[in-house]
Design a protein around this ligand. Structure first.
Ligand SMILES: *[C@@H]1O[C@H](CO)[C@@H](O)[C@H](O)[C@H]1NC(C)=O
Ligand SMILES: *[C@@H]1O[C@H](CO)[C@@H](O)[C@H](O)[C@H]1NC(C)=O
Ligand SMILES: *[C@@H]1O[C@H](CO)[C@@H](O)[C@H](O)[C@H]1NC(C)=O
Length: 287
């Protein structure tokens, strides 16, 4: 009896391992149940136009010096920040969003120090302040900080409440007396289209003999996708005293279509009149 249980158990284990292997690089957002959509409905050359990445965990593409705008390196690499100097911004190459994890090694600091993280959608706004998203237009969103007070290796995971819905650029800067820190790893866990294990599994397609038009279509489709968010990650109201707060409850279900990935992360019925038919034709990522 015991051995047959064991056999059954190991068969199930193997089955799980095989299934897990099959979707190894692709998962749904945290514990959101996955939908049945796992592959593109119309495979073809147009899939090359899809902006959505193949994996939910991504890294930046290029690193630039904040003060000069010069390229410092491309990913993967490591780079060192010193207090009030050598600030950088990381270019993800497209609109992305969600939870950032930063690993860094502090080699020196005198007292309290911190690495600041600030986010913008447009390059002309990169700097110590994130662009507006929280609904209070009297102040920018500011920055969030990974704090430290001694040398050592650190991992900073952005708190869930500070989930950053939409950005292309992330600025990193160091504050603290005589501080120096080397960034050893950066990654981003995408939260949009939370029930899809494969973010490229579009259920519609578009293709013409005009490459620009094809890209315009697919950038629209991707915009709809980044606006399709988990209902517990909307903009919270009333707004917080500092930074931003994306723990707002928007409604039922596992996905909700909003007006924007960064701002407002809110359902506006007027926007939906345009967005929903377009989403049906492009991704069909509608619940
Ligand atoms: C570092 O820069 C910040 C912001 O510009 C400024 O408030 C602070 O005084 C500077 N600190 C030092 C040590 O230069
Ligand atoms: C972290 O560092 C920032 C910037 O120096 C500071 O404003 C904030 O109070 C610090 N937070 C904690 C918990 O020490
Ligand atoms: C950080 O970790 C690396 C690798 O384990 C180690 O060599 C290094 O000494 C650590 N740095 C500090 C400041 O503890």
């Amino acid at each position: 009896m015991a051995s047959s249980y064991l056999l059954c158990f190991s068969t199930i284990t193997i089955w799980f391992i095989l299934c897990a292997k099959h979707v190894s690089s692709q998962t749904c957002w945290r514990d959101t149940p996955c939908s049945d959509i796992i592959t593109a409905a119309f495979p073809g050359e147009w899939e090359a136009d899809i902006f959505a990445p193949a994996s939910r965990t991504i890294s930046p593409a290029t690193i630039f010096d904040l003060s000069t705008g010069e390229e410092v390196g491309s990913w993967p690499t490591t780079f060192t920040l010193a207090s009030n100097q050598s600030e950088v911004y990381l270019d993800f190459g497209k609109e992305v969003g969600s939870i950032v994890t930063l690993q860094y090694e502090v080699s020196s600091v005198n007292g309290a120090g911190a690495i600041g993280l600030a986010f913008t959608e447009a390059k002309n706004w990169v700097g110590w302040d994130s662009d507006f998203s929280n609904g209070d237009y009297s102040r920018p969103d500011g920055a969030i900080y990974g704090n430290f007070s001694s040398a050592g290796n650190y991992t900073y995971v952005m708190p869930d409440e500070n989930l950053r819905g939409g950005f292309c650029y992330m600025t990193l800067f160091l504050v603290g007396d005589a501080a120096s820190a080397t960034i050893t790893n950066v990654n981003l866990e995408l939260s949009f289209q939370p029930t899809w294990s494969n973010l490229q599994a579009y259920q519609g397609y578009f293709h013409s003999n005009d490459d620009l038009l094809n890209q315009i279509w697919y950038s629209g489709a991707y915009t709809l996708q980044v606006d399709a968010i988990h209902p517990l990650t909307g903009r919270a109201w009333p707004l917080p005293d500092e930074a931003w707060l994306n723990t707002g409850e928007l409604g039922p279900g596992d996905t909700i279509n909003t007006d924007g990935a960064k701002r407002d992360r809110t359902v506006w019925p007027g926007d939906m009149a345009v967005a929903i038919p377009a989403a049906f034709y492009s991704t069909d990522g509608i619940e």
